[in-house]
Design a protein around this ligand. Sequence first.
Ligand code: AMP
Ligand code: MG
Length: 460
Amino acid sequence: MIALGDRFARTLPELSVAWQAQAAADPALLLLNEPLAAELGLAPDWLRSDAGLRFLTGTALPDGAAPVAQAYAGHQFGGLVPRLGDGRALLLGELPDGRDLHLKGSGRTPFARGGDGLAAVGPMLREYVISEAMHALGIPTTRALAVVATGVTVHRETPLPGAVLARVASSHLRVGSFQYAALTGDGNLLRRLADYAIERHHPDAAAADNPYLALLQAVIRAQATLIAGWMSVGFIHGVMNTDNMTISGESIDYGPCAFMEAYDPATVFSSIDSGGRYAYGNQPAVAAWNLARFAETLLPLIDPDVDAAIEIATAALDAFKDSYQHAFQARMSAKLGIAQEDPELVDDLLALLEQQRADFTSFFRSLSAGTVPDGFGDWARRWRALGPDIAAMDRVNPLYIPRNHLVEAALTAATAGDLDPVRALVAAVREPYTPRPGLQHYAEPAPEAFASGYRTFCGT
Ligand code: AMP
Ligand code: MG
């Protein structure tokens, strides 16, 4: 069996509680990520065996594994919750390649508060589908290794089949981990956490004059790059609380997330986001806000003089805007197949897309196919004058994304026991750029009647 390290648990014992997964009554494999398993050196045949399913549900782990529930705090919709933590999740340990293996839906932990510690099949498959799509789109993300049905019934508005997601991540350190450590008032703990984060994710920061400032700067850059990736494909996370923002710069916790179809910065799908805090167009500003909360936790490490620390951190945070713009413009230039950045051309395009309510994904493939939609003629002439590289465009603009109506249909079918639609959807979005026969419906927006009323619900 593969070895699982316990480095996080040993290095930062104040940030976790040793805990065991709840046994699955009747485990059955729903989806297994064979390419990821191969990357990790895990044999698919073994993962499919009884022992493999016990491993994937956390009930039979290799010797030396020390599963823990991680503690973290977080700003949820702007309000600080000092103690959140893994209420229904466990860090099983570190894989030989250094990444975390983690479970979601594995039973109540001391952080469960009122929750049942469980997860339903639908939301766990949604995380699998969306994270595979993000990975294929070249956007940093945690990965789903498997979804295993537990045979346990989960009670939501209706009784639903339960499942456990096994997930792989660079780490599960979040802005909320730093908030939790800062709130303990233990400066030594905070420093150990920062050192651990530097070593694991941003090792170059260790050699900087001010390693903790360098850590802040590295996280700002990683998040600017990440959010630019989201914006370039119309991804809306839906619940960008500080406990859902990683230090590594990977996307994490796919709850009420969805892809925007008709371009509109005000697009919100999540039923709990009535104020539109996490609307598509707000995501860069929210990331900057979350990074300010991260910076606050680091102040005592950046400089013992608090005024000096604030000045230094503020200057670092000011760089987010440029970092983000640079990353976003690079993505947009690639989407438009143009060698040089042209922010004005991009702005004018976004204004037109909004005005025409154009589908944000298929528009770019129409453009490369030479079928410029009505209303874009003048803009397209300016674009063509730049000599766009059409073949390069088709290598970065996806044909197939997880369309909301198809995701919902696939999850509904899977909940009722039919896994074919979700398997087909995963196969389509894993290779998003290459047209294949029979996949046209994955390339088309939802019928208007579906799109206008579409709401997503938190992954509970
Ligand atoms: P999330 O919205 O998945 O990022 O979760 C926010 C917080 O709620 C985290 O602390 C979770 O561990 C916790 N949580 C969510 N659902 C449940 C549940 N069913 N049981 C226990 N804790 C939960
Ligand atoms: Mg979360």
